[in-house]
Design a protein around this ligand. Structure first.
Ligand code: MF3
Ligand code: CO
Length: 248
């Protein structure tokens, strides 16, 4: 069942979503060669606590940290570690917060120092694919129009869309219906309605879309070692179209 949110509930979701955007901004500002992802996790925890919110991921199905830090060929759910970041890395940062009964969720991929042209292009195409996906999130459209927009754009740029992970509805729970794949035929699935709040999160691989999960039970990596990028926003479907809630 897809839970529709009232206007009042969407107003309440602005707080956790803004907090997510602010925390991610602080973390992104701190990214540079030499810092460790555990240090970035601490920054996220400090910033979310300052805002009287709770991190959404710590303890979720046993996830051990508050931030997901997925480096280079890591796709999603990378666990923060003591290894310092290196110039030329790309780093996906995924953060969720809980405040006043509701969740917010967003992700960005950033360059560490200066990165190759191909890495920068992968990040840019992935970010653009999220923007195109969000443009499809209006009432009367079908859920799979979001997926199709991502897939067509990503593949026309020579990249592949990860199949094994999806976006999701979000609200009083971090993960609600519907699941939101990033590939598929258009004009299928449930009709989008005002009051749906969706965490849309394309994951894009440089080479094959195949991924595997490492022995830690969390870290998803590309099977072929190619780079991967991830962007996510929490988006409310309003009368006048989509509104990105995870923006400052
Ligand atoms: N944005 C991701 C998701 O929606 C992050 C979840 S990490 C987890 O699945 F630890 F909470 F699982
Ligand atoms: Co998410």
């Amino acid at each position: 069942m897809i839970v529709l949110k009232s206007l009042k509930e969407i107003e309440r979701m602005r707080a956790p979503c803004t907090i997510v955007a602010e925390v991610l901004q602080r973390v992104v500002e701190s990214v540079s060669p030499g810092i460790t992802t555990l240090e970035l996790n601490s920054i996220a925890e400090k910033e979310v606590a300052k805002r009287k919110a709770k991190p959404a991921f710590r303890g979720y199905s046993g996830y051990p940290c508050s931030l997901c830090c997925s480096l280079n060929d890591q796709v999603v759910h990378g666990i923060p570690s003591n290894n310092p970041l290196k110039d030329g890395d790309i780093l996906s940062l995924d953060f969720g917060a809980f405040y006043d009964g509701f969740f917010g969720d967003a992700a960005v991929t950033v360059a560490v120092g200066s990165v190759s042209k191909s890495a920068a292009n992968l990040m840019s195409v992935t970010e653009q694919s999220l923007a195109l996906a969000i443009e499809q999130a209006f009432q009367g459209n079908k859920l799979s129009d979001i997926a199709s927009a991502v897939q067509v754009f990503v593949e026309s740029n020579g990249y592949s869309v990860v199949r094994d992970f999806v976006g999701h509805g979000i609200g009083r729970n971090l993960h609600e219906q519907p699941q939101i794949p990033n590939y598929g035929q258009p004009h299928k699935g449930p009709t989008l309605r005002v009051g749906m709040v969706l965490a849309i999160e394309p994951m894009v691989n440089e080479k094959s879309f195949e991924v595997k999960v490492l022995a830690d039970g969390w870290t998803a990596v590309t099977l072929d070692g190619g780079l991967s990028a991830h962007f996510e926003h929490t988006v409310a479907i309003m009368e006048n179209g989509p509104e990105i809630l995870t923006m400052i």
